[in-house]
Ligand binder design. Structure first.
Ligand SMILES: [Zn+2]
Length: 524
């Protein structure tokens, strides 16, 4: 079965099928009913909001031989058919983007003087009218001043500020609104039902949101997704996949890494996204939107209705809003908004994003006396604990230059030799061991950090809460993990568990062995 694009297949043929522009449709229908049709209309609004669709529908409606009760065209009379097939002499469509000269308009002006061959009205639809040259506007103006009674001009534009005031003052102006996510989503549903294609609600809503108020964009995005996975249920994951977008849970991870100032993790996560071939401009836009939602959740008790996310994602936002101060979120949004204006045309999107992420992680990178004091305090703390991560002070620069930054962040002390061989082995196998565990243990260990206890035993640092309770309250669980680790290295181990209210508290008081050892491997 061949597939016909939704946008072509479902162009509205009746006024009631036009979505999201009720104010305009009603006015136009009333004008036809009352036989008070204007002679010059200006349709303004962003792309894909229905300007040309309504213009064509209107052209059919005023010429139809047997209009329906609501004045929608009948679609079966000769006039309707001819206009539908773009074969009517009465409806003339001009794309001003490619016909913007004075001669193009003069041709029209001459034609205007001949009355229609059939039907009542000659309708001129000039799309992208702001592209006309000054001469062309002047030529058009003369006709607009005294048009014959059978002529209707419909001028459509996305950039109304470029239209001369002399033209504006002779037109009835209609402002097309961006179409809401709800309206777009319900239209997409409707069409999917007609087409007999199964879809997930989250999938449709994501597309509707991506379309940013444009029904045409929504339909073409939906087309892409369906064409890619024809005959399958259209799931949220498939949509993300086709559109090169990223699941919201990934943004949640970023926020948590940034809140904990974990530069390495944020950069590695970004690398993952780059490797998956995701669209980075979209990443920035979606992440900014995620932060906006986070701010709303943080600023108001009942933000549930104002943000359009699943319950699961909402709960994550609530959790994250507790990790961050509002001023910090506002700072993130400011920095990210700056990024989105730079990134669109940049050749080095990845590096720009990396710089931004580092800036977010390190407030002290922004100049100012407070930040200097803060930096000195952090250094003093670390010196007291006996180690300084090398290159910390100029981290920002080196990370930007070198995407393989992890090789540079090597702790000076303690040396790797001081770590018992068994423990080194566990740390190298740690990721694999976790992966082989069942939930929930697997989940609770995801954020765990490893260090030394009394220089010879493995210390497992856990996030205070469900993760720490899981192990500290149950000998059985502790034993299970112990057995697993012993199996993986074939030796006996002694484990020590400790809870940390914030994982960066761990970093301040303990050496993160996985960083130490895994970086050593990179180095080799
Ligand atoms: Zn008709």
């Amino acid at each position: 079965m061949s597939y016909q694009a939704l946008y072509r297949k479902f162009r509205p043929d009746a006024f009631e099928d036009v979505k999201g522009q009720a104010h305009i449709v009603t006015t136009l229908m009333n004008q036809i009913k009352a036989d008070r049709i204007g002679h010059a209309y200006l349709f303004c609004g962003t792309r894909g909001t229905g300007k040309t669709t309504i213009a064509k529908l209107f052209a059919k409606a005023v010429n139809c031989e047997n209009p329906k009760e609501d004045k929608s065209p009948c679609l079966v009379c000769d006039t309707c058919k001819a206009i539908g097939a773009a074969a009517s002499m009465n409806v003339i469509e001009i794309d001003a983007a490619s016909n913007n000269g004075v001669d193009n308009i003069r041709e029209i002006v001459e034609e205007v003087s001949y009355s229609p061959t059939s039907g009542k009205y000659k309708v001129y639809i000039i799309d992208e009218v702001h592209m006309l040259s000054t001469g062309a506007f002047n030529a058009l103006l003369k006709t607009l001043e005294e048009p014959p009674g059978y002529v209707i001009f419909i001028l459509a534009t996305t950039e109304v500020h470029k239209i001369p005031i002399t033209i504006l003052s002779r037109c009835q102006r209609y402002d097309f609104k961006r179409i809401t996510v709800d309206t777009i989503a319900s239209r997409l549903y409707e069409l999917m039902e007609i087409e007999g294609i199964e879809v997930e609600e989250a999938a449709i809503r994501y597309i509707a949101k991506m379309a940013d108020g444009s029904m045409r964009d929504a339909l073409s995005l939906l087309d892409q997704c369906i064409a890619f996975h024809f005959g399958k249920t259209l799931t949220y994951d498939l949509v993300l996949d086709v559109l090169g977008a990223i699941d919201a849970s990934v943004y949640s991870e970023f926020v948590r890494f940034i809140a904990n100032q974990e530069i390495t993790k944020t950069i590695l996560k970004l690398e993952e996204i780059v490797m998956q071939g995701k669209e980075l401009t979209q990443f920035v836009a979606d992440f900014t939107w995620y932060l906006r939602n986070l701010l709303l959740v943080s600023a108001s008790e009942d933000a549930r209705d104002t943000i359009d996310v699943s319950t699961e994602n909402y709960e994550r936002l609530v959790e994250e809003s507790k990790l961050l101060k509002q001023s910090a979120i506002i700072r993130y949004i400011r920095i990210f908004a700056e990024l989105s204006s730079q990134i669109r045309y940049s050749q080095s999107k990845r590096i720009l994003i990396e710089m931004t992420l580092i800036k977010l992680c390190k407030p002290q990178m922004e100049v100012g006396q407070d930040s200097l004091i803060e930096r000195i305090r952090l250094l003093e703390d670390k010196l007291e604990q006996g180690f300084v991560p090398m290159g910390q002070a100029d981290q920002g620069k080196s990370e930007v230059k070198n995407q393989q930054l992890q090789t540079r962040q090597r702790p000076v002390t303690p040396t790797i030799q001081a770590v018992p061989q068994d423990i080194q082995e566990i740390i190298r196998k740690w990721a694999g061991v976790i992966a082989s565990l069942d939930a929930p243990m697997k989940v609770y260990l995801k954020t765990a950090k490893l260090s030394l206890h009394q220089d010879k035993n493995l210390l497992i640092g856990l996030e205070d809460g469900p993760a720490s309770d899981y192990f500290l309250d149950s000998e059985e669980n502790r034993d299970k993990l112990k057995q697993h680790l012993e199996q993986s290295i074939g030796k006996e181990v002694t484990l020590h568990f400790k809870a940390f209210r914030q994982m960066d508290e761990f970093e301040q008081s303990h050496v993160d062995l996985s960083k130490l050892i895994l970086m050593e491997i990179e180095e080799e």
